[in-house]
Design a protein around this ligand. Structure first.
Ligand SMILES: [Fe+2]
Length: 334
């Protein structure tokens, strides 16, 4: 829970606040867009909630901040609000909430399906959420989009006897995974579930298209609220290959869908026609701005910090690869 003594100056007066432990992962702004806003490199409360809807969303934001940086002076309703999760987005597709620091606060999704339910990446292993997932029929499959988002997959798999699905290039992060994929092209995994290997952010990064309607995009494609358009991930955050990431996005050109549900970043619903046009435009922009920051000191620093994190996460081989890339980029800086 956030600490009132660390309350950021940028918050407006009132019950809700963000403290200085905030890492600006954007989740509060996605959940309670009327109340949370930007301030320097942080999120803050820009307007205290008014009315039931804003109050509920702001309380949900308290529960979803992975770093416990969002707080409220009046905590009375938090236990009741826990029951909101997973939060229905559309039909049988839900947002799990309880974003985990182990996935840098990635958004996780739950899909109810007659052949067995799916988790797309994993939230905190939180008792109330686990109970609700049990009531909704449990979890049969856990799709891990890439190594950064393995999170607490092992605990969920063990509790629900679920199968963890991960690409072989990411398997170092989840060595006990039940299903390790090696495909490089998109394919139908089972009825309604289409898997799309999409190297870029990491080598074995994958997306999932459900019912030709919902694209779970992992760390590759999100909705940029400021520009009001779909956006492919910046080269700054592309650990493996920015160019391959753009090629991976081209796999979407022949597909049709209406939702983009990213791990990091804003989700969006658009008509199929609008979605297609925006995907095409995002790809055009990515090709016309090929890796403009490839050899910047900032990117070298980010890669080095990530290599350090990977070492701590017991992924030494990948840490070496990322460090080698940082060393190579440093030689290119003019
Ligand atoms: Fe990631």
């Amino acid at each position: 829970m956030a600490d009132p003594s660390k309350r950021l100056e940028g918050n407006v007066e009132g019950d809700f606040f963000v403290d200085s432990t905030c890492r600006n992962m954007d989740i509060c702004r996605q959940i309670a867009p009327e109340n949370f806003t930007y301030w320097n490199d942080y999120a803050v409360v820009g307007k205290q909630p008014e009315g039931d809807k804003e109050l509920r969303q702001s309380l949900q934001a308290v529960l979803c901040c992975p770093y416990g940086s969002v707080g409220t002076v009046n905590k009375a309703n938090l236990v009741e609000v826990m029951q909101d999760f997973p939060l229905q987005i559309d039909n049988e597709v839900y947002f799990c909430g309880f974003n985990s620091p182990k996935t840098s606060g990635g958004n996780c999704y739950f899909v109810r399906h007659k052949s067995g339910n799916w988790l797309f990446n994993t939230p905190k292993y939180q008792a109330q959420l686990v109970k609700r997932l049990e009531e909704l029929g449990g979890v049969a499959n856990i799709f891990i989009s890439h190594r950064d988002d393995a999170g607490e997959a092992e605990k969920f798999a063990s509790h629900f006897e679920a199968k963890r699905i991960i690409h072989r290039h990411e398997a170092e992060a989840q060595p006990g995974a039940e299903i390790i994929l090696s495909e490089t092209e998109a394919y139908q995994y089972q009825p309604d579930f289409f898997l799309i290997p999409a190297p870029g952010h990491t080598e074995g990064h994958m997306m999932m298209l459900y019912k030709d309607k919902y694209l779970f995009s992992g760390d590759s494609l999100y909705y940029d609220r400021k520009e009001s358009r779909l956006q492919i991930w910046s080269p700054l955050w592309t650990w493996y290959s920015y160019e391959e990431q753009t090629m991976s996005m081209e796999k979407l050109l022949g597909k049709s869908f209406e939702w983009v549900l990213p791990s990091h970043g804003q989700r969006v619903f658009l008509s199929k026609e609008e979605m297609k046009a925006q995907v095409e435009a995002a790809i055009d922009r990515a090709w016309s701005e090929p890796d403009p920051e490839a050899a910047s000191p900032e990117r070298v620093a980010i890669l080095e910090s990530y290599a350090g994190e990977l070492s701590e996460l017991n992924q030494p081989e990948y840490a070496k690869l990322i460090q080698a890339k940082a060393d190579w980029l440093r030689t290119l800086i003019k």
